[in-house]
Design a protein around this ligand. Structure first.
Ligand code: GLU
Length: 272
């Protein structure tokens, strides 16, 4: 009797904690501990990947984290996450912020808060050269993507007859494409361009330019209701935009001289 009451109370307590908004203040906590712990990708150039020379994780996402930490006057600790683990890691308090190619959308915004958009791309396909001209060519085919991503959800809707194979992350899906186990890899164009740039046999593959199935605005993820921290992060990235720092970071990773040249079609704006 006593034991079941205790279990019941424990269940209510746990549910109350996870269902309700975050009551803490990450901004204050980070200042106190002197370190900002960020969940990042570690095998997705040019967003987050291990630099061969320095053996450290670098990339577009990391540069934003470094700028936020610099403004706070704290150190940075990077923890690798996957598309499926990033939200649980944040909710469990293992990381303070997500900077991991993460699309902000209303469904996710029920669980966590997002910064203003700091990158914009769209979902495309990476295929064997000449094999795909339109979306129709992918009907009934096997397509690789990552677990827990919007890419997985979008492709199931856009190609209901396709067989979707979900991997832990995109490099595994690309390996499956190279081995002929899938006909395409689908995710954000910016990620596909990064995978392709690093591939030794890149001439064999392409991203058909007109085959796009969604728009993907990226946001930095924070705990739901962590209002001071969200405000600080938004203020910082808006300042970075105004001073031209954000564009500089974009040009470093996506400019004409980079391995993944893309056009910047967005500006960081308050409330967007
Ligand atoms: N941006 C998409 C998402 O957040 C795909 C990339 C990823 O899986 O991180 O799901």
């Amino acid at each position: 009797m006593k034991k079941s009451l205790a279990l019941f109370l424990a269940a209510i307590f746990t549910f109350g904690l996870t269902a309700g908004a975050f009551a803490g203040d990450t901004l204050e906590d980070v200042k106190k501990k002197g370190v900002l712990v960020a969940g990042v990708k570690d095998s997705l150039p040019p967003f987050g990947y291990v630099d061969e020379k320095t053996r450290t994780i670098v990339g577009y996402d990391i540069d934003f984290i470094n700028a936020i930490a610099k403004k706070l006057g704290v150190k940075v600790e990077l923890k690798p996450v996957t598309s499926a683990t990033r939200m649980p890691q944040l909710k469990e308090g293992n990381i303070d912020i997500i900077a991991a190619t993460m699309t902000k959308n209303p469904e996710r915004a029920k669980e966590i808060d997002f910064s203003d958009t700091y990158f914009l791309t769209g979902q495309k396909f990476l295929v064997k050269k000449g094999s795909v001209k339109s979306l129709k060519d992918l009907e009934g085919k096997r397509i690789g993507t990552a677990k827990g991503s919007t890419s997985e959800q979008n492709v199931k809707k856009a190609l209901p007859t396709a067989e979707v194979l979900s991997f832990d992350d995109y490099p595994q899906a690309f390996l499956a494409l190279q081995q002929g186990k899938v006909s395409a890899v689908t995710t954000d164009e910016s990620i596909l361009a990064g995978l392709l740039a690093k591939a030794p046999n890149k001439k064999e593959f392409e991203i058909p330019p007109k085959v796009q199935i969604s728009e993907e605005p990226y946001g930095l993820g924070m705990r739901k209701g962590d209002a001071n921290f969200v405000a600080f992060v938004n203020k910082t990235i808006l300042e970075m935009e105004k001073k031209g720092e954000a564009k500089k970071i974009y040009d470093k990773w996506f400019g004409p001289k980079s391995e993944t040249p893309l056009t910047r079609t967005f500006k960081i704006e308050a409330g967007k």
